[in-house]
Design a protein around this ligand. Structure first.
Ligand SMILES: NC(=O)c1ccc[n+]([C@@H]2O[C@H](COP(=O)([O-])OP(=O)(O)OC[C@H]3O[C@@H](n4cnc5c(N)ncnc54)[C@H](O)[C@@H]3O)[C@@H](O)[C@H]2O)c1
Ligand SMILES: [Zn+2]
Length: 359
């Protein structure tokens, strides 16, 4: 690793991970040449200013109020119009700064502004660093559901500004941790072991730069193998069949990361039940989730979760297929399971009645 951090090129564009990406970003902008506009999640405007102040070729610095509820077409329209006011043309590079909502929404806006302009993202949340900013999926929600409008559009570069994690609320950090556990189950080996070693320690002591670089490599390798939504990319849905159903059954009051954490345990249980996964390995997964203080049970009704899964099944040509571990580091996709096995798993992840919900 250089003083500028590490660079990953699996996807054909650089993903720079460093404590501060200030120097790397400046060098990149210089190499790119031309003018650029900064779109910044207003919540992280101070990082945005620190990273970009004094740059000669900035056409505009535009703070945008975001948040999951503002991830919609009307916000995209506001952004497109602000770009127009700033004087951005077909060649202007857009630099987006923020978490996963920012990478989805700014990336989408850039992909349609004047039929598409180059886009670079500076990730400030763990979800954006290890998941959302990588892989080229952009988009927004519609009133009918999440991520229903969007494009496949690769960025020209991604920067993971590790220092920003210091101010990320634990709630949001946890959203990224679930995806990191997913990556670790897919990859196994040292990645899983390093999380097992770190999990009992306070987050501020973690070597985040290497943890993030190693975790995002799992996604870049899978996406590089399979650029569109088929085959291998399915592996990234580990824990998501149960997870999405729990999210939906809660009417999205349970967050995606919380759903996925319970979903990872559920996938482990289903694999155990169908004779794929060993009890020891399942225990390792459960221990890791627990040490990271991720939820492993849900208060949502088993019937509601099961019907949400059936609704999903209808959308997928009548088949519900699971991504299941055979071992830590060996995950298969496209596995069908009987309703009775799925229901048995739902009974195991059901929280005992009473008490407050862990969202
Ligand atoms: N395109 C994809 O492949 C993909 C993959 C995973 C998730 N996503 C999307 O990502 C979104 C979730 O991402 P997220 O969890 O980053 O949400 P987010 O962008 O809303 O960030 C969470 C909160 O943290 C704030 N924040 C961001 N960085 C911060 C920092 N360094 N310090 C303090 N606060 C900070 C944000 O302003 C926001 O309030 C969802 O909309 C999801 O659909 C997309
Ligand atoms: Zn996910």
């Amino acid at each position: 690793m250089s003083a500028l951090g590490s660079e990953n090129h699996d996807l054909g564009y650089p993903i720079v991970v460093a404590p501060s990406i200030r120097t790397a970003l400046r060098e990149f902008l210089e190499r790119q040449g031309g003018r650029f506009v900064v779109l910044c999640d207003a919540n992280v405007a101070s990082y945005g200013h620190d990273l970009t102040n004094g740059l000669r070729d900035t056409l505009a610095f535009i703070p945008v109020r975001l948040g999951e509820r503002r991830k919609r077409l009307s916000t995209v329209e506001d952004v497109l119009r602000a770009l127009l006011r700033s004087g951005a043309d077909r060649k202007t590079l857009i630099v987006g700064i923020g978490g996963g909502v920012a990478s989805d929404l700014f990336g989408f806006a850039a992909s349609i502004y004047m039929r598409g302009v180059p886009y670079a993202h500076v990730a400030t949340s763990l979800v954006a660093m290890v998941d959302a900013a990588i892989g080229g999926k952009t988009g927004v929600d519609l009133p009918e559901g999440k991520n229903l409008a969007g494009t496949f559009s690769n960025p020209v570069a991604v920067f993971a500004h590790i220092d920003a994690l210091a101010t990320l609320p634990y709630r949001n950090l946890r959203e990224g941790l679930s995806e990191m556990v997913k990556h670790a189950v897919i990859e196994g080996g040292e990645l899983f072991e390093s999380l097992e070693t770190l999990a009992p320690h306070a987050f501020w002591r973690w070597p985040w730069e290497s943890v993030v670089a190693d975790s995002l490599k799992v996604k870049t390798m899978i996406v590089a193998d399979d650029r569109l939504e088929k085959g291998e990319r399915e592996l990234l849905n580990l824990g998501h069949t149960f997870g999405h159903a729990i999210e939906r059954a809660s009417n999205y009051r349970v967050s995606h990361g919380a759903g996925v954490a319970v979903g990872l345990r559920a996938a482990g249980l289903l694999a155990l039940r169908t004779g794929r996964f060993s009890r020891d390995e399942h225990l390792r997964l459960l221990t890791l989730l627990t040490l990271l203080k991720l939820p492993v049970v849900t208060r949502r009704s088993q019937t509601a979760i099961f019907s949400a899964m059936q609704a999903d099944k209808k959308k997928r040509e009548g088949r519900l297929r699971f991504v299941l571990p055979r071992a830590i580091g060996d995950v298969e996709y496209g596995v069908e399971a009987s309703n009775s096995a799925v229901k048995a798993v739902l009974r195991r992840i059901a929280e005992l009645p009473g008490g407050a919900e862990f969202r």
